[in-house]
Ligand binder design. Structure first.
Ligand SMILES: [Zn+2]
Length: 413
């Protein structure tokens, strides 16, 4: 049965709130002020617990919530009374609704299905984060690559939402996916990006052509070997996903793609070389790209470590590009040599863990540019045979958003 526990939601004998704002007034007991709801649908399961202040903040009534924008209205926060408490509450088991009357006179109701989705239990939070927020990444070594590589048909991605979802999910989990049988036309990447949302423009335009150009504006536009790197580390908003469409491939033995899961490299360093790992996480590096492409003159700089972690210690971004690392290195003197030692190790491991393959015309290689480092071996163009790749970017915000929309429409159909 669903049943609220009145004792836990009403803590007696609390002091009157002070007239002035005092951040120390919340007692230890206040943190424990919960409304507890038993889940009659699965006996034996832990009760759902909701902090009272969270319930008040998330009231669903017309004064507090605007359904058309699916968002909270701000009035409560004009002068939020954090001492607000539950006066009365009850559960209607037939309607599956929790009713609460508050000390400020407000009345709220919450559908139990809505509460279940937001249950604070570890199991529910884990489910939400990995099933819906973002798929859990699985890191891979160079030798794992053959097992995690997956191909998708271009035609299917344009025609089927199911195929689109599988491609984006695979890209989110493994960071790489190969699309086959795309036509040898210039607008292929635009059509793919439009299926997801929209293409990301950069200082090099929308689509860009990678082919040997003497006197090129970017190192990638030379036929020389291109060492492992991420694209555009010099942007605060670095493009999230790189798409490379092979229009023509070099007949020479070169032009082979190299790819490494740099999150796996970071795992190895974290485990075996913790000091060097710390240095790469904590030393800010100046990434830069200075020059001109067509009419646009640019001077881009972004300062950030090679390995970037979020508040929970998970990887959020790798930065690495030898040509696009500035000669400015704006750290204290004593941090310079340790960084070089740690970076030499990172580069060696990235090479050891690389997989290699050669794309053929009609292939679209897609990969996570925040996570993978990529490169290619050198090649020799001939008069009749010129390697020609078209590249474009799309951002992760757009990809994750499409994934969630596709998941929602799948579960509602
Ligand atoms: Zn309300």
């Amino acid at each position: 049965m669903f049943q609220a526990d009145p004792q836990l939601s009403r803590v007696p004998g609390r002091r009157q709130p002070k007239p002035e704002l005092d951040l120390k007034t919340a007692s230890k007991q206040d943190h424990l002020r919960m409304v507890i709801v038993m889940d009659h649908q699965s006996p034996g399961k832990l009760d759902m617990q909701f902090p009272d202040i969270w319930l008040r903040d998330n009231c669903r009534c017309g004064e507090c919530f605007l359904p058309q924008t699916m968002s909270r209205l701000p009035q409560l926060w004009n002068n939020l009374d954090t001492s607000v408490r539950v006066q009365q509450h009850s559960v209607d088991l037939d309607q599956e609704i929790l009713y609460i009357t508050w000390s400020d006179g407000h009345a709220s109701q919450y559908p139990l299905a809505w509460l279940r989705e937001r249950d604070f239990s570890l199991a529910n939070r884990t489910r939400y984060l990995s099933d819906f927020y973002r798929p859990e990444p699985r890191h891979w070594s160079g030798t794992d690559f053959e097992h995690i590589r997956r191909e998708f048909q271009y035609r299917d991605l344009l025609a089927s939402d199911e195929a689109l979802l599988e491609w984006l999910d695979h890209l989110a989990v493994y960071g790489v996916a190969l699309i086959k049988q795309a036509p040898l036309e210039f607008d292929v990447l635009r059509r793919l990006c439009n299926r997801v949302g929209f293409m990301r423009r950069t200082t090099y335009g929308d689509e860009f052509s990678v082919r040997a150009q003497p006197g090129a504006s970017n190192y990638a536009y030379l036929a020389a070997p291109l060492p492992l790197h991420t694209d555009m580390p010099y942007f605060e908003y670095k493009p999230g996903v790189t798409l490379l469409h092979t229009l023509e491939q070099s007949d020479s033995p070169g032009g082979v793609n190299l790819l490494t899961d740099a999150y796996h490299v970071a795992d190895l360093m974290r485990e075996r070389y913790p000091e060097q790992f710390r240095v790469l996480c904590q030393t800010s590096v100046d990434w830069a790209d200075i020059g001109r492409d067509g009419e646009l003159e640019f001077h881009n700089i972004w300062r950030a470590p090679v390995i970037n972690l979020d508040a929970e210690g998970r990887y959020v971004r790798i930065n690495h590009s030898i040509p696009q690392r500035d000669s400015h290195f704006t750290v204290p003197l004593e941090q310079v040599r340790p960084w070089y030692e740690a970076m030499a190790l990172f580069v060696r491991l990235a090479h050891e863990e690389a997989c290699s393959f050669k794309t053929t015309p009609g292939d679209v290689l897609t990969f996570n540019n925040l996570r993978l480092v990529h490169g290619r071996t050198g090649y020799d163009d001939t008069d009749r045979n010129v390697r020609h790749i078209v590249g474009a970017f799309i951002d992760w915000d757009i990809v994750y958003s499409r994934l969630r929309v596709l998941r929602n429409s799948k579960s509602n159909s």
